[in-house]
Design a protein around this ligand. Structure first.
Ligand SMILES: Nc1nc2c(c(=O)[nH]1)N[C@@H](CN(C=O)c1ccc(C(=O)N[C@@H](CCC(=O)O)C(=O)O)cc1)CN2
Length: 309
């Protein structure tokens, strides 16, 4: 795994250590798992991987390790890249019906030919620990209890830790994906931020970002958000995980960069997440948190207050 981006000597921003933050959250989750086990409930997380995408294989392996470290039961299901939609839907139906499974996650992206929307739609909403099911999306948007998508949830936890009350702050989310941009905007709205969702067709994107106290970059374009787009002192959350060629490391090697040009933004921002070591580790920690929430609710137990959003 790459080392966190080095910080230039003239930096002004606080570097938000997502790895440490996630480790703290995972330790708290392990405590909640122990408490649930004492009540006869062992949270169970099923992760489904279709195909052999190398990055997905790493993420799934890391999810399995984190699940075991938290004291939960992990169920890993691997299907070949040419698995049919029916095979996948049958597996999900079995997991929906399995009382030992409280959370179900299908690793994305799926190989071509499989319809991710139909697959997500088949997951029981109360076991949808990714928060991608339309019922959970709708519940979040209408202010009801919902399973919330892990990456935006992790971003929100870090923002609250940095800034406390977010009420009245100007937040710009760059990117409008269903998985990050839109739920992030909903979460910020729920925190009483004034939220703008910007995207590739936004006019004067730099000017829009420059108004923001909080910038969340989730656009999938390496280092797009420049330091001079950032208001001095703003908090910058970089969701991007882009692999770019790194010939300096050897032929064919790559390195990770975010959607923010870290070296320029760190000179201006008040606080910033690095890539790697920022948002990424929070995604898996929040998956564990959602599994504890799902296991609690499915057993008529109130979810731990510190995990509920
Ligand atoms: N069903 C889902 N699929 C995908 C999700 C998701 O939340 N649900 N998110 C991403 C992949 N992902 C988890 O699945 C994920 C991505 C990145 C990290 C992470 O810790 N990144 C590290 C760097 C790791 C590396 O070297 O590659 C970091 O940023 O520090 C964890 C999980 C897409 N699919």
């Amino acid at each position: 795994m790459d080392q966190p981006t080095s910080v230039p000597a003239s930096s002004t921003a606080r570097i938000i250590d997502g790895k440490a933050f996630a480790a703290g959250l995972r330790a708290r989750i392990a405590g909640h798992v122990t408490a649930l086990k004492a009540q006869g409930v062992t949270p169970g997380l099923a992760v489904v991987l279709v195909g052999e995408d190398p990055a997905s294989e790493v993420y799934v392996r890391n999810k399995g390790i984190a699940t075991a470290e938290a004291g939960m039961q992990g169920f890993e299901h691997k299907l070949p890249a040419d698995a049919s939609q029916e095979t996948l839907l049958e597996l999900i139906a079995r997991l929906n019906a399995d009382p030992a499974v409280h959370g179900i996650l299908v690793q994305l992206p799926l190989p071509g030919g499989l319809d991710a929307d139909k697959v997500i739609d088949a997951i029981a909403p109360e076991k949808d620990v990714d928060g991608f099911h339309v019922q959970n999306v709708g519940r979040l948007a209408t202010g009801m209890d919902a399973m919330v998508s892990c990456t935006p949830l992790g971003c929100l936890m870090m923002l609250r830790d940095q800034l406390g009350d977010l009420s009245g702050l100007e937040a710009v989310v760059v990117g409008r994906s269903n998985i990050v941009g839109k739920p992030m905007a909903q979460l910020l709205l729920r925190e009483n931020c004034t939220v703008t969702i910007a995207h590739s067709r936004t006019r004067d994107l730099a000017g829009v970002c420059r108004r923001a106290d909080i910038v969340v970059a989730a656009v999938g374009r390496p280092r797009m958000v420049q330091g001079d787009w950032i208001k001095p002192g703003a908090t910058v959350i970089d969701v991007g995980i882009n692999r770019i060629p790194a010939p300096e490391r050897g032929e064919g090697r790559v390195r990770l960069v975010g959607d923010v040009d870290f070296d320029s933004a760190v000179q201006v921002a008040g606080a910033i997440t690095p890539v790697p070591g920022g948002v990424g580790p929070m995604t898996i920690a929040c998956l564990l948190a959602n599994t504890v929430i799902a296991a609690s609710r499915l057993n008529g137990i109130a979810p731990p207050a510190d995990l509920a959003y």
